[in-house]
Design a protein around this ligand. Structure first.
Ligand code: MG
Ligand code: ZN
Length: 358
């Protein structure tokens, strides 16, 4: 009798787990938060975890997989081709922004979300015109065209964007002041984090730096976390849902500099924003959170360390990017699709499916 009871109980448990998983994959995502750690491979994650004395919010994700980051013309990708694979679902050449390998523009997941009446936003710790955010809103043949990329921000009705790069909007070779154009389109154009976090409704263009924002270790503070909170506060007011891209932009720069402290402090900073996104998703119940990197930077290896002391010994093998597979973490409706190994551009297809976009 006792034995039977256990059997019945375990059957019940198995079927309820199976049911909830099935339920989750059948459920549409109302909101998607895509979080990109630029230059974030497994070594950067574990270096951050070690420096943070053994914990990261990243460990809270139920589903993980890997993507293959190769671009259309490189075994090793750059951030333009890497982000464009996510944003338009096509492998392209290194340096491309929102265009395919033949330089044809395709709509990005952010633009498609906008057309489907969702709210949209981007939060980054670099210039908002830099390759990763640019790939979600601009269509240009080259990532260096930051003034042209800034103009593209006026072609899409994005609701919230927060990052650096003000000078590409208001100190331009063509003399135009795009911050005036933004104001004419009802954006609140703000220059300090203190003012940005006070915004409680409407459209927001937040410029936290003229060019590139400082390192977190040199005074950026908790800009990424606070900006993520602000974006979520504004975007969730749209009853149809939202798409938000958050980038931990400078993990990559720590890799390029072969500076392990730079890479780990930026990793931990990004992880704080991940925690905020997960807390929002757990409460909301209809939000898919995806965290990945575009590529690894520095060929980082961890040769020693001490988790209790938060100490990492590291060796870099290059000043550039590398080709290794990049981890992907997912939580919420549609998360199961992110298990396994797949090409980076299929992340676009998985997001489209989660949103039920055609
Ligand atoms: Mg980037
Ligand atoms: Zn890079």
């Amino acid at each position: 009798m006792f034995k039977h009871c256990i059997c019945a109980l375990s059957l019940l448990l198995v079927s309820s787990v199976a049911f909830s998983q099935q339920n989750n994959s059948k459920k549409k995502a109302k909101n998607i938060i895509l979080m990109i750690g630029d230059g974030m491979g497994t070594a950067q994650i574990f270096a951050g975890l070690t420096a943070n004395k053994g914990t990261l919010h990243l460990e809270r994700f139920p589903v993980s997989g890997f993507h293959k980051s190769q671009s259309a013309d490189g075994f090793v990708t750059d951030s333009g081709a890497g982000a464009t694979a996510f944003s338009i679902g096509k492998k392209t050449y290194n340096g491309a922004i929102g265009v395919d390998a033949t330089k044809v523009a395709f709509p990005t997941i952010l633009e498609i979300s906008e057309r489907n009446k969702l709210a949209t936003g981007m939060v980054v710790s670099c210039a908002i015109t830099h390759a990763t955010p640019a790939s979600f809103i601009a269509h240009q043949p080259s990532r260096g065209m930051q003034e042209e990329i800034a103009v593209d921000f006026l072609q899409t009705d994005i609701d919230v964007f927060i990052g650096g790069g003000r000078k590409y909007f208001n100190r331009r070779k063509d003399g135009r002041d795009l911050t005036d154009s933004l104001r004419a389109r009802n954006y609140q154009v703000l220059d300090t984090l203190t003012d940005i976090i006070k915004v409680s409704s409407g459209k927001l263009a937040g410029f936290i730096a003229d060019g590139e924002p400082p390192k977190v270790s040199e005074g950026r503070g908790d800009q990424l976390l606070q900006s993520t909170h602000t974006a979520l506060k504004l975007l969730q007011q749209n009853k149809k849902g939202f798409f938000l891209m958050v980038e931990g932009s400078q993990i990559d720069w720590g890799g390029h500099a072969n500076d392990i402290d730079y890479a780990t402090t930026e990793m931990i900073d990004f992880d704080k924003a991940i925690g905020a996104a997960l807390d929002f998703a757990a409460k909301d119940g209809n939000t898919l959170v995806i965290v990945t990197g575009d590529h690894e930077t520095g060929g980082l290896s961890l040769t020693g360390g001490d988790i209790k002391a938060g100490k990492v010994e590291a060796k870099f093998t290059t000043k550039g990017h590398t080709a290794v597979m990049i981890p992907v973490f997912a939580y919420g409706p549609g998360a199961e699709a992110f298990g396994g190994i797949y090409e980076n551009n299929t992340i676009f297809d998985k997001m489209m499916k989660a949103f039920r976009f055609k």
